[in-house]
Ligand binder design. Sequence first.
Ligand SMILES: N[C@@H](CCC(=O)N[C@@H](CS)C(=O)NCC(=O)O)C(=O)O
Length: 215
Amino acid sequence: MSELILTTYDWVPEPPRGHVRDLRVRWALEEAGLAYRVATTPFQDRGPDHVAAQPFGQVPWLTDGDLTIFESGAILLHLGERSPALMPADRRGRAEVMEWVIAALNSVEMAGQPWSLFRFMGFPADTPQSEFVDGFMKVRLERMEAVLAGREWLAAGRFSVADLLMADVLRPVDKFDGLAEYPACRAYVARATARPAFVKAYNDQMAHFAAADAA
Ligand SMILES: N[C@@H](CCC(=O)N[C@@H](CS)C(=O)NCC(=O)O)C(=O)O
């Protein structure tokens, strides 16, 4: 098996710590028990090497031998191929995991990211723009609430990368108390983030950026 290298920033400001998307990949690697090391790229000065690995100048990316993969969803699906702890091997189970991975990114994060950013930036709540963003979030959360009221995990009757990703997508919404009216969603995030692999990944990310401060 080739060495796995996860690249994240060398440093980020305080507010996004605990939410930088290398966390998803750390979490998956910990769930799978796959050995890896963390490499860094400058946050402040994003050069051509960075853009060659991640065309948007963002993080994370994963190096797996001669492969370099960007986009957290693609990385999680790649790791799912490497570990049955992350994705079942059967055709139906894999299809379910893949649809929920894409749903997390394309249906839920697409609404959750602007919703969280509005709060993070402190934009006023009583504007048409804010109401639009709230409405978009609401229709997605209503559907997620109905789904999660009826099952513990999203795909194939078991925990998978789909849950890891969906829970991470819902975490910023929960942080700004956006799940208060969605108890099944809130319990799902709590259930997923109580897993030892999440706790390890979270603590490792926080320690990584704290070490950068100290340096
Ligand atoms: N769609 C990308 C998004 C990556 C992303 O937003 N990365 C953030 C850190 S969590 C970043 O690098 N932000 C800095 C920037 O966009 O300049 C993925 O899921 O990997």
